[in-house]
Design a protein around this ligand. Structure first.
Ligand code: PNS
Length: 169
């Protein structure tokens, strides 16, 4: 047999990992760009029980699924443990990360080198769109907590969830 079927998996896969508490427009920009570069993109939501979060993992998964639904090749899953194990189990050779500023670089480089040393998985850095370079989920939550307008920073469904959660809690 010749052709793609004979050469094992030809599907180009990548993962965009993170806490996504909650997903914001900066994340979405990286995910959409990754979805144009790869056949399948996994959004991997880290389960970290020791870290207090605003949204439960299932809520985060639900929000991400809603805002990535338009990209036909994006899958959203939770994971705990090592990211490289998530990659190994799904035959994912590449991690795609956004770099907002030089200040991100030191830690991201450490993780990229560690992950590569552990399993050979590569990390590709995408420069964040300058429109989103100041953004983080923590800042979005802080501004929203004190009644600031974050409607230009998150998708409408996330804004609704934020308002609901912050009014309730
Ligand atoms: O959105 P965050 O919190 O900055 O994402 C951090 C994340 C999830 C990408 C990183 O903490 C991670 O990959 N954690 C999984 C555990 C792991 O593999 N640790 C070793 C990294 S070298």
């Amino acid at each position: 047999m010749t052709g793609p079927e004979s050469e094992g998996s030809q599907v180009r896969r990548a993962v965009c990992p993170g806490s996504f508490d909650p997903i914001h427009n900066g994340h979405l920009d990286i995910i959409s760009r990754a979805s144009r570069l790869y056949d399948e993109v996994y959004v991997a939501v880290m389960i970290n029980k020791s870290k207090k979060s605003l949204f439960e993992v299932d809520e985060r998964l639900d929000l991400i699924r809603q805002v990535t639904a338009e990209y036909g090749n994006v899958r959203v899953e939770a994971f705990h443990g090592l990211l490289v194990d998530f990659c190994k189990q799904r035959d994912i050779p590449a991690i795609v990360k956004g770099l907002r500023a030089v200040s991100d670089f030191d830690y991201e480089l450490q993780m990229a080198q560690m992950n590569n040393g552990l399993s050979g998985v590569e990390t590709l850095f995408v420069p964040t769109n300058p429109t989103y370079s100041f953004m983080s989920s923590s800042l979005v939550k802080e501004v929203a907590t004190w009644g600031g307008d974050v409607s230009h920073l998150v998708p409408p469904v996330v804004l609704e969830a934020l308002n609901k959660r912050l009014r309730k809690d």
